[in-house]
Design a protein around this ligand. Structure first.
Ligand code: ZN
Length: 138
């Protein structure tokens, strides 16, 4: 059901400041920086093997991410697991009584389906589930 860790999201105040550590000091490679959620967040992608570290910086003071930063400061924000069937995963979680933030998957600009599980049900960890889009060669 869980295929791998797709990415670890780290909430930062400023991506450029964070890159001074993650890229310059730690030696991770920056792949790209993208605007996401219709401009509400800026995300830097740093691949590590089959997973990414994502540095996420809020662009909107009303976003959940901005509130997280104000309340808890910088740090690990969420872990994203790739699942082979997100509908089955959400159905199983519901059946087991887990609290979901998204009862049905959201779809991003690239057509990828993802959903968040509430940290209350996941021992304090915000978990994102993501299903890789089907490609022709699969
Ligand atoms: Zn994520």
């Amino acid at each position: 059901m869980i295929a791998r860790i797709d990415h670890i999201g780290i909430a930062v105040q400023n991506i450029n400041d964070a890159l001074a550590f993650f890229q310059d000091a730690l030696g991770m490679k920056l792949e790209r920086v993208e605007s996401e959620e219709g401009g509400r967040t800026q995300v830097a992608f740093l691949p590590v093997g089959a997973s990414d570290v994502e540095l996420v910086e809020p662009q909107d003071a009303d976003s959940g991410l901005a509130k997280f930063l104000a309340k808890r400061g910088e740090g690990v924000h969420h872990i994203c697991f790739e699942v082979d069937d997100i509908d089955a995963a959400l159905a199983r979680l519901t059946e087991k009584g887990a609290q979901l933030i998204d009862e049905t998957p959201r779809v991003n600009a690239k057509g990828m389906r993802y959903a968040f599980i509430h940290p209350k049900s996941a021992h304090g960890v915000l978990i994102e589930l993501y299903q890789r889009p089907k490609t022709e060669d699969q």
